[in-house]
Design a protein around this ligand. Structure first.
Ligand code: FEO
Ligand code: CA
Ligand code: CA
Length: 679
């Protein structure tokens, strides 16, 4: 397409499979999506009533917001005794009774003493580089002082995944229209967006009154951006010929990271951050005969959502065809040292990294679990060569540079085989386009499919249960999954058992004897998401789950010190048909007779996504991130009845000030009067 895609179109584009023989073309996906959206606009009220939501869908502002409605009491013997919410979709957030929320930090808030005040009508890159970035996603908490177990003082590590240009920047969408007039888009605007990407490190503290605050001007505060932060490539692919560009003949120095979705905190207190939908940042199109064509096609490159390539040659693949190979990695950042150069870890492979979840294995090796979020992509695991030494942080910081990358094959008999991606083994040879290990890592997707990995329903976050050692991976949805008897490459399989799956599932991976490095695990389905009252969804929640407790499209996972699993949802533009309610955070039972029971704890404002759930070590504080409030499919909530724009968003959360656009923000949740969150 010549014009950059809108947010809705990009959502459909991201859903398009690039794995071979997988499904419809982008055009077909888009037509289906847009067609359905138009139908749904007329049918919204009916859908809401059918879902039992009724008047809660009537738009109202925080000022008019009474206490959040409470639903069913908890089933006896459960781990989540709070009174759960009644599912709604409105302009503000909600938390279960007995809890309180506080907005900790918002897009544009000043991080440094010299940071300018937030001026949404006068945004500059220089100001944004000194302010909290856009679309907060992953949240990690590392304690201060370093090495302590402090639960009241620490550093929050925050991904700023992407930008919603038309809601972030003023004046781009002509009145009465839904599409940006790109003739109005300038180099300065591109630089503002690049500055708003990346990450923030920010010192946070709990005061004597129990309230949290961030520390403006802390010596630890840092902005990592797509505009000016220099990264070092490390590991087997660093310096590879395919990673060299005209600006970097070494193949070892990259400017910026972008589309960093989820992540993880290592046992040595560094912050891992996954680069996900990197295709959106490149424009142009290389020739079909170009040596990188196979690689670009498999990553969906380039899809041009952010047309920075109009102003910067490195984002135009005709000019720099190898630049995209320098993105799509897991990044490691030392939050305790703001001067330390962040690194991209090539040993962990290149794909659309949702996140990276590290765990120290019994033998001291470090295992990192990773999902690749696109239809029919795979679940991965990295096992370090070296061993973790609690007394040698410097050595630990090199552990993720060397080891073996594996990809999962989920067999119908309940075994999970981890297949190594090692050059020269099996089909990973020059005849198949892999000249060395660097090629295998740069094109990990192609290698993984070639060795026979299972094609999954969009693998997202992974969480290792702190008590049982079981490992959970969310598969968010895959509308292109086909029925039994279809092409076996895209037909249902044991771990992805539903065709046209718009609800997703959670897979439980069980390491034998707790050995995360074992070649063979077993696996089970924890839950198939969707409305259990509608048999056609095939949902499999425990019958103790209430009409408010079931969910669709699981994405982020967190666990707490109580041994409880928490699930955040991202229904995207499909929220109306997926659940009819806004995204939220759910407690999820994993053991005992209540296994598979979910309970609704927190809901975002409409059009937002629940990201980054993160507990302090004492479980008395829960940080959540609200991403893109008032944006996704909010035509019933805008004044014009059209898609959200800066001038007319679906919500002005959290400020509810006519002069302020909606602002992605981090929210603190605590129990009123103190205590363990979610009890
Ligand atoms: Fe950025 Fe896969 O969610
Ligand atoms: Ca995500
Ligand atoms: Ca997602």
């Amino acid at each position: 397409m010549t014009l950059p895609p809108t947010d809705a179109e990009f959502d459909a584009l991201q859903d398009r499979a690039t794995s071979p023989d997988s499904g419809p073309t982008f055009g077909e996906v888009l037509q289906r999506r847009m067609g359905r959206r138009d139908v749904l606009r007329g049918a919204l009220a009916g859908t809401a009533l059918a879902a039992g939501l009724g008047p809660a869908l009537v738009a109202h502002d925080a000022a008019a917001q009474g206490a959040s409605a409470s639903g069913a009491a908890a089933p006896a013997g459960g781990s989540f005794p709070f009174k759960e919410l009644v599912r709604v979709a409105d302009r503000t957030h909600h938390v279960a009774e007995g809890h309180q929320t506080q907005v900790l930090i918002r897009w544009g808030d000043p991080l440094f003493q010299d940071s300018p005040a937030f001026d949404p009508l006068g945004q500059t890159a220089a100001a944004q580089l000194r302010q909290f970035g856009y679309n907060n996603d992953f949240l990690g908490f590392v304690p201060l002082p370093q090495g302590s177990r402090s639960a009241d003082h620490g550093l929050l590590c925050v991904n700023h995944e992407y930008t919603n240009t038309e809601v972030m920047l003023p004046g781009l969408v002509p009145q009465g229209q839904e599409r940006i007039d790109w003739s109005r888009y300038t180099r300065e605007m591109a630089e503002v967006e690049m500055a708003a990407h990346g990450a923030s490190i920010v010192e946070v503290k709990r005061g004597a009154d129990g309230a949290w605050a961030y520390v403006r001007g802390s010596k630890y505060n840092r902005r990592v951006s797509a505009l000016d932060t220099v990264f070092e490539m490390v590991g087997p692919a660093a310096g590879h010929n395919r990673l060299k560009t005209s600006a970097d003949p070494t193949g070892r120095r990259v400017i910026g990271m972008f589309n960093n979705c989820a992540g993880g905190i290592t046992p040595w207190g560094t912050y891992l951050s996954g680069e996900e939908n990197i295709d959106g940042y490149f424009v142009g199109k290389i020739d079909q005969s170009h040596p990188e064509q196979r690689s670009h096609d498999r990553m969906g490159l380039p899809s041009g959502r952010n047309p920075w390539g109009r102003f910067f040659d490195r984002f135009d693949v005709n000019k720099e065809p190898q630049e995209p190979l320098r993105y799509g990695w897991v990044c490691e950042i030392d939050p305790y040292d703001p001067a330390a150069m962040p690194r991209k870890l090539t040993a962990l492979g290149r794909f659309k990294h949702e996140g990276a979840t590290p765990v120290v294995n019994g033998d001291g090796r470090v295992v990192v679990y990773m999902g690749d979020d696109q239809r029919f992509e795979h679940v991965y695991r990295f096992v370090s060569k070296g061993r973790y030494d609690p007394a040698d942080r410097k050595a630990n910081m090199r552990l993720l540079e060397e080891g073996t990358l594996f990809v999962g094959r989920f067999d119908a008999d309940g075994t999970l085989e981890w297949l190594p991606l090692v050059h020269g083994q099996g089909p990973l040879t020059a005849e198949n386009g892999f000249r060395d290990q660097g090629d295998v890592l740069i094109d990990a997707r192609i290698a993984a499919t070639l060795v026979g990995a299972t094609r999954m329903d969009r693998p997202e976050d992974v969480e290792v249960h702190p008590r049982t050692g079981k490992v959970y991976v969310t598969l968010t949805n895959n509308e292109d999954r086909r029925p039994e008897g279809a092409n076996p490459l895209s037909a249902v399989n044991a771990a992805n058992p539903r065709p046209a799956n718009i609800w997703g599932q959670i897979v439980e991976m069980i390491p034998p004897g707790g050995d995360h490095a074992a070649a063979r695990f077993t696996w089970e389905l924890l839950v198939k998401a969707g409305n259990p009252e509608k048999p056609e969804t095939g949902a499999s929640f425990n019958p103790a789950t209430s009409a408010n407790g079931w969910f669709a499209c699981p994405d982020n996972l967190a666990s707490d010190g109580q041994g409880r699993l928490w699930v955040g949802t991202d229904q995207g533009w499909g929220w109306i048909r997926a659940s009819g309610g806004a995204d939220g955070l759910y407690g999820m039972e994993t053991e005992g007779p209540l296994r598979g029971t979910a309970r609704l704890f927190f809901q975002t404002p409409v059009g937002a996504e629940l990201t980054g759930p993160c507990f302090t070590p004492d479980d008395r504080t829960l940080f959540v991130a609200v991403q893109h409030p008032g944006v996704d499919n909010v035509e019933k909530f805008t004044a014009s009845g059209l898609s959200a724009t800066f001038e007319d968003p679906g919500s002005r959360w959290p400020d509810f000030d006519e002069k302020m656009p909606p602002r992605p923000s981090v929210v603190v949740i605590t129990k009123a009067g103190g205590g363990i969150v979610g009890t």
